[in-house]
Every structure is written in C-alpha cells, then in structure tokens.
Design a protein around this ligand. Sequence first.
Ligand code: COI
Length: 354
Amino acid sequence: MSDIKTTLTTAPKALPPSDQLGFGQYFTDHMFVAKYMEGKGWYDAQILPYGPLPLDPGASVFHYGQALFEGMKAFRQADGKIVFFRPEFNHDRMAQGAERMCLEAPPLDLFMQGLHELVKVDQRWIPHEPNTALYIRPTLIGTESFLGVRPSRETMFFILLSPVGSYYSEGTKPVKIWTEEKYLRAAPGGLGAVKAGANYASSLKAALEAKKKGYAQVLWLDVEHQGIEEVGTMNVFFVFKNEIVTPALNGSILNGGTRDAIIELLHSKNLPIVERKITITEVVERLQKGELLEAFGTGTAAVISPIGELHYQGKDWVINGGQTGELSTKLYNEITSIQRGQMPDTQGWITPLV
Ligand code: COI
C-alpha cells in the first residue's frame, strides 16, 4: 500500500489560541483513514477533511469494544523543524495490542506514511509555545457488522491530530492523587497492558468519584489492593533516598513510552532506578520515615507530572511539601529539551517529518 488519496478541506478552521489549548479539545482540519478486510488486505488509505466516520451500527467496536489507541506527539523545534518522538515505539505497542485485541495491526509503512502525510498537511496546527505539542491519536477499531461474539474480520485504522497544552488543569504543578481501593482497572490476564479503550472505560467511575473529592486522578492497585500499578493516564515513579522505583511491567500495567524513556535517562545518569513490585504500604511507611523524596507520573499527555499529595485510607499524604521535586524538574526539562531540539538526541528518539 503506497498511495494515499488526499482530499483537502474547503473550510479550514481558525487556529485556537495556543495559551488556551488544554488537552484534546481541538481537532485539526484533516484525518487519516485506512481500512482492512480479511482476504483483501489494507485498502482505501485516505487523508480526508476531519469529520464523522460512516460506520455500520452492527460494527464490533460498538458491541464488543474492539478498540485500541495510541498517544504520541509531534513538536515544532526552535529552528522550525517538525519532529516526532519515538513513533516506532507507538507502532510496535499498537501491533502488540492488536494481537491481544484480535484486530489487524497496520503495517509499519502504512502507519508511518499516514502519520507523516497527515502531519505534513496539517502542520500549521503544531503550536510553538513551551509546554505545547501536536498530540497524535492513532486508533484501531473492529468494523465488521456481525453480532456473534468473535473477532471482526474488518479493521479501520485512523489518525487524529489535536494541538495540546498541559493534560492536567494544574498545568505542570503537582497533582493530588486518590489511591483507589474499591474499583480495579485491570487484572492478571486481562487488558491492562494494552491501550484498549476498555481500560479507560473501566476507569471512568473511579476517576469521577475522585474528582468530586478534589483529586486529579486515581492510583490503581492490583487485585490484592496492595501492589501499585499505574495512574491510568500515566505510569508512576517514587524517588526514595536510596533508589528510584517504578512498578515492574507485570502484564497489567501499560508499557508507557515516556516511562521507558525516563528509565533510560535515569540509567544514563547512573541513578539507581529499579523496576520492581512496590506496595502502597511500603510507600506510606517510607513516606512516614521521611525516605520518600518525590513522586511523579510519566505519560505522553502528562509528560512528567509531579504528585504533591497521595490519598490513602482516609489520609492525605503530602509528598515533598506538595512542591515539584528536583528530579521531576530535571527530567521534565531534559525530556522536553530533547523533544524541542534544545538538547542533543543521543538516544535516537527523534524522527524528523519527511
Ligand atoms: C497518553 O498519554 O497518550 C494517553 O493515552 C493518556 C490519556 C490521555 C488517555
């Protein structure tokens, strides 16, 4: 598959003010769409004006939730160059997720071609200001209309673009997190390790209840309500006096691209980063002993988000006086500088738009 048919919009939208972007509120002028059918392969790759997708109401995505997505970003660097951050990582993770969700993954060349062509067409939408980016949402859904419970033989792959600022309304300031003890996000053998829409659907109720109590997000625990998993919109890191710990990928935690990059950055600085099981009891005990210096979340949308308060069993545990920690600040500056071309990309994470 190499030909992408392009139909440009006749009604380009006005750009939103870049200091009021928030997250995911605006979509660009165009989208990329490609279809797959068993026996036919991938076909009909197109760039189209952004708008509704024609889908049969019997499509498997509506009934059995066959849906998977990715989150990635493009940046405009100081010299005007447009770059992507680790697009192959997102393609590989989508391919692994597709296998679990019984969907057909787009081949790497289709994924990359769609991505580059779409961003080229909509490049005026990439914001310039610090703390902004073009968020990219590649999505895969089952589109066969059939009510028996079996994998769809048809898949649609589409990419949407959205200019964004900070994910949280707190901006880059520390967020308050609620440790969730009633609801579960994922269980061993389930979908927790893949970016299935279903994981986010199952998180909504807990997030809503936490928000009502004044918390930005929830910290998910494992089925024993002890092992720390992730925040759903980000992976978590705890900076202790003698080690930096992030929960090991245990099959129900998402393998975050920013998590992976931060681990690599910490290794490159010879800092003691450990991927292991960590319980909420250990975190609270070490916090009480004064051993927990900082905590932060990592994600494409969230970048590095310091955690200023952690609620657990009726108590709000304040971390680092509720302030952004030294390491969080350093890592945030480093990763955003690499993305913006202000620091050398020694890890080979940056792919220029061609
Ligand atoms: C991302 O960081 O890209 C995410 O997918 C998190 C959330 C916005 C769903």
